[in-house]
Design a protein. Structure first.
Length: 173
């Protein structure tokens, strides 16, 4: 099993007493959500890719944990499949669709936790993605969560492998 992302591992204790399920948005192979499910949390793995969800299902079965799978295209049309105040926590790693940000914020319950990490405009020097639509501008992630309780924030270069990212972990007021 691929290890959970460091940002999640370093702050997993914050999930204790969580009010509601965890949404692992654009979950890919589901390694982060499956990790939380192994800790006893109710987890919804959401992705547009049927193949990714099949991998996530296999990983959950291999780890002996129960997760909910949700195949959804969050970038399609005006319909918002994210309901207000639905989740106790939301994880987003390596995914950016700016029009979705207000919906993500509303889908989180009061005092809910968001962990968000994705690439910044400095990433092209290290490889993909290179499309500016998928790269955060400097300070953009922190600005989205103004007024929230920021537990952790980082923007810069991480190593092994080298990558330019912005990270935030915060609590909805």
């Amino acid at each position: 099993m691929r290890s959970p992302d460091n940002l999640l591992m370093d702050h997993v204790d914050l999930f204790e007493g969580l009010n509601g399920p965890v949404l692992d948005l654009a979950c890919g192979d589901g390694h982060n959500g499956v990790f939380l499910a192994s800790k006893g949390y109710q987890v919804v793995l959401a992705d547009v890719s049927e193949k990714a969800l099949a991998e996530a299902r296999a990983l959950a079965e291999e780890q002996g944990v129960k997760v909910s799978l949700w195949q959804v295209d969050l970038e399609k049309g005006e319909d918002n499949p994210l309901q207000d105040d639905d989740f106790g926590a939301i994880l987003v790693f390596r995914y950016l669709h700016r029009p979705l940000m207000p919906r993500i914020k509303k889908a989180l319950k009061k005092n809910g936790i968001i962990i968000y990490e994705t690439f910044t405009v400095d990433q092209p020097q290290f490889g993909k993605p290179k499309n500016p639509d998928f790269l955060l501008r400097h300070g953009e992630l922190l600005k989205w969560f103004e007024g929230w309780e920021v537990i952790y924030q980082f923007e810069g270069i991480l190593q092994n492998p080298d990558r330019a990212v912005a990270q935030i972990l915060c609590v909805k007021p």
